[in-house]
Design a binder for this molecule. Structure first.
Ligand code: FRU
Length: 489
């Protein structure tokens, strides 16, 4: 269905209670509502925003268009949690109802200051010619949870040399000063990030561009995030406009990181290594990180992709967030592990130890729709081996190791209702390892697969039928032994 500009920019208060309850009923009747992921009550969810720990709880906001599965007028929707696993819907966090954000309260971040949580975000405005005029704005949350906007934007102009694509401030504090990186597009239509400093979060000084080796790397960098981890500097961002290269950059838009020395604040220089994608699946974008009170660096991403139609659209909603992942660095690469708190979701445990030789095996105790599964493959000489899950006669999603090509491969060509296949149905990456450990988090319409304790991750939506519940282990042209542990969720 095509949505007109008027329909996309309708406000929540312009919709009648009846319209909203009809939409809600349509959403609730959708067979693909998730069971343990953050998802919107109605409408579209995209980027995680304002991810933080404040006043004894984790806070997370997300980009939200309430009235349908399209990128319309964006609000910040607020959820909170004590354990990063069980989330409570709080309601709207920021409404796009001021003259500096009336075409969308776009993405941003949060930081605690003087006992309050400061939310810094991009206010999207439009002129009569429909040109964007981005403003960087502040809203402040008090310990009671009341959120009040600061009356004027704190950065009202785009600095010279950059276009109207200028958004997504990520704030941090270092040596008593605040800094923010903002995603930007240069006038020559290449992507970059700029940064500002501030003493008090209210008055910001433009410092200049972040100096990296990536001078011509996509046309826009969205959602930048800089932090220190294990004495290194890590810069995460979502560049738009990279051409596919072999197995890399296969989605419409990418997100990844560069890692190197800590940012040299004075010269704004980041000396860094190669760009790596954070996730090898189909549906992952615009991640944001926070540091919690235990010093863990935790990342959450949007489990979705812009410009792709999803099967839930017809039920009036789209997308969810990923599970939180804890980051660390090993051998110059970011490692992403599911946070340990997820173990609290584990219910009944099933264990299977066996081997497969040129065959495909199924087990009565390995079945399900929402579960965690850890499969370890050892002593293998098969050319290919792996797991089929959410499987039936007609449907299956496959994660496998191709030992000849030394590649991990996720295949969703027979996962269920087809979508996004114009961008391919297979994702792969190079991988070496004697033991292959696959940790799957399967929800009603998604899977997140952590490989060998977080060396790679594949995140994807899938839309199988309810009766596609089998889990099968296979080996082709040779054998493998394996050990499967599954917990119902
Ligand atoms: C990334 C993004 C951001 C923007 C937001 C709007 O997905 O395009 O750059 O702030 O979404 O919803």
């Amino acid at each position: 269905m095509e949505w007109s500009k008027e329909e996309r920019y309708r406000r929540l208060e312009d919709a009648s209670a009846e319209e909203i309850s009809e939409l809600k009923a349509r959403v609730d009747s959708c067979p693909w509502r998730q069971s343990y992921h953050i998802q919107p009550v109605t409408g579209l969810l995209n980027d995680p925003n304002g991810f933080s720990y404040y006043n004894g709880e984790y806070h997370l906001f997300y980009q939200w268009f309430p009235l349908g599965p399209v990128h319309g007028l964006k609000y910040w929707y607020h959820v909170r949690s004590k354990d990063l696993v069980h989330w409570e819907d709080v309601g709207i966090g920021i409404k796009p109802d001021s003259n500096f954000d009336n075409y969308g309260a776009y993405s941003g971040s949060a930081i605690e200051h003087e006992g309050k949580l400061y939310l810094i975000y991009t206010g999207n405005t439009r002129d009569e010619e429909w040109r964007r005029h981005p403003k960087q704005c502040l809203a402040v949350m008090d310990p009671q949870g009341n959120i009040t906007k600061v009356n004027n934007p704190v950065i009202s102009e785009v600095p010279e040399g950059y276009t109207e694509h200028f958004r997504d401030p990520k704030v941090w504090k270092e040596q008593d000063k605040f800094y923010t990186v903002i995603g930007a597009q240069r006038e020559n239509e290449t992507g970059t990030a700029v940064f500002y400093s501030s003493e008090d979060l209210m008055k910001w000084n433009f410092q200049g561009e972040l100096v990296t080796k990536l001078q011509d790397f996509g046309f826009m960098w969205e959602c930048p995030d800089y932090f220190q981890l294990q004495d290194k500097g890590v810069f995460i961002f979502s560049p738009q406009g990279l051409e596919p290269q072999g197995d890399n950059y296969r989605n419409i838009y990418q997100s990844g990181y560069v890692l190197g020395d800590k940012l040299d604040l004075k010269h704004r220089r980041l000396s860094h290594g190669e760009f790596h994608e954070l996730d090898r699946g189909f549906d992952f974008y615009a991640p944001q990180t926070m540091e919690d009170t235990e010093g863990r660096r935790i990342l959450v991403g949007w489990m979705g992709m812009g410009e792709v139609e999803y099967p839930t659209d017809k039920n009036g909603w789209a997308h969810c967030l990923t599970l939180p992942r804890e980051l660390s660095i090993e051998n110059g690469r970011l490692i992403q592990k599911p946070i340990k708190e997820l173990e609290s979701l584990r219910k009944k445990e099933y264990i299977v130890e066996d081997e497969a030789c040129d065959e495909i095996k199924a087990y009565d105790e390995l079945k399900g729709i929402t579960y965690e599964l850890i499969g370890e493959f050892k002593n293998h000489d098969a050319e290919e081996f792996g797991i089929e899950f959410r499987a039936s006669e007609e449907e299956r999603t496959v994660i496998k190791y191709d030992a000849l090509q030394k590649k991990l491969i996720l295949d969703r060509s027979s996962s269920g209702e087809e979508f996004g296949s114009e961008y391919g149905s297979v994702r792969a990456c190079d991988f070496q390892g004697d033991t292959i450990k696959l940790q799957l988090f399967v929800d009603v319409s998604s899977v997140e697969i952590f490989i060998n304790d977080g060396q790679e991750v594949f995140t994807s939506r899938i839309f199988p039928k309810k009766n596609s519940r089998d889990i099968r282990i296979f080996a082709t042209k040779g054998r493998t032994s394996f050990n499967m542990v599954k917990w119902d969720y």
